[in-house]
Design a protein around this ligand. Structure first.
Ligand SMILES: [Mg+2]
Length: 332
């Protein structure tokens, strides 16, 4: 039976009512980081490599390809930078986020997306760098703004659909000049918002698509459709459309956090980012308690350019808790 087979019964359980909003927020942030670290050793590998490595079905943080077991990559590093900027500035200050990205990029991180690197090292100002790059190359629809969206999605969820989608677009535009990346990141923000409210992100797709900029809507509707499968992708999954489409497919066709992330890595290609985006969604749905301790235990997030700081899973939970609380109330 294929995942598209209409006879396939729905596999996702709906019994997640016991979770708190904080469980789900921490699930999104830690879930994204775990997917990133788990997928990193398989980056640019073939489909099926994860289950071939772990034939008993119990995948481990194995390291490889220059990554230590449990080491998170640029996806999580940038997500942390966004989250810390939002908390320290008390809201979205694009120039501050861009400055943090630039300091990080200058500190020679082990991995950095191609488009992101060109934009951050161009020397152009924060409000022009990404659009100038897009004007020159026409290529800016990578998945690099999706991969770092877990923290901002948690922070802006409370502000409602319009606000969280608008914030996603502005954050995406810092490094990606193509509106396709803005709209995809806006969709991810909104699906996380729905999940944090205890709703079903899969069921929220049609309503979310209606809020996508009209010119970008058909292409997003294609990859987010219930019968879409990653085999139908027309681009490598380092592009924004198949990346989010594959993450939603992994969520839709599995019943646990663990199996969703494993399915994402088994697609091959840009495994750390597809698994990070899948982990954002699946973590928000199933919550922190659903993420195995054997994965959170070795998890660590080095932060180049931040004085040698390395975050662990507990630090990410604390970050998520602060983000879900939102900005501290201001006193007159
Ligand atoms: Mg990465």
């Amino acid at each position: 039976m294929t995942p598209q087979d209409p006879a396939t019964p729905p596999t996702r359980p709906r019994r997640t009512d016991h979770l708190t909003r904080t469980d789900r927020a921490a699930g999104a942030v830690v879930g994204s980081a775990v997917g990133d670290a788990l997928g990193a050793p398989f980056e640019f590998g073939p489909a099926g490599a994860f289950s071939a490595r772990f034939p008993d079905g119990v995948g481990e943080m194995c390291g490889g390809g220059g990554w230590d077991p449990g080491e998170a990559t640029d996806d999580t590093q940038m997500a942390v930078l966004v989250g810390e900027s939002l908390l320290e500035r008390g809201g979205l200050e694009p120039a501050d986020v861009f400055g943090r990205f630039r300091r990080w990029a200058a500190a020679d991180p082990k991995d950095i997306g191609l488009q992101t690197e060109i934009v951050l090292t161009s020397g152009d100002s924060w409000d022009l760098a990404a659009s100038l790059h897009f004007q020159m190359t026409g290529l800016a629809a990578g998945n690099g703004s999706l991969m770092r969206a877990a923290t901002s999605a948690v922070y802006f969820a409370e502000a409602g659909r319009e606000a969280t989608m608008a914030a996603a677009r502005r954050l995406a535009a810092l490094t990606h000049g193509d509106g396709a990346a803005w709209e995809g990141t806006a969709v991810l923000h909104e699906l996380v918002r729905v999940a944090l409210d205890g709703g079903d992100p899969v069921a929220a797709v049609p309503g979310t698509l209606a809020r996508v900029a009209e010119g970008h809507r058909p292409r997003w509707a294609t990859v987010l459709a219930p019968d879409w499968h990653p085999d139908l992708a027309t681009e490598f999954n380092g592009a924004v459309w198949p990346c989010l489409g594959s993450a939603l497919w992994a969520l839709r066709t599995t019943g646990t956090y663990e199996s969703a992330v494993a399915a994402a890595i088994d697609l091959g290609g840009d495994t750390d980012t597809v698994a990070a985006v899948t982990g954002t969604l699946a973590g928000a749905v199933y919550g922190l308690p659903a993420i195995p301790a054997r994965w959170t235990g070795p998890l660590h997030v080095p932060l180049p350019g931040s004085g040698g700081r390395v975050l662990d899973a507990a630090d990410l939970v604390a970050l998520a808790e602060a983000l879900v609380r939102g900005p501290a109330p201001t006193h007159p």
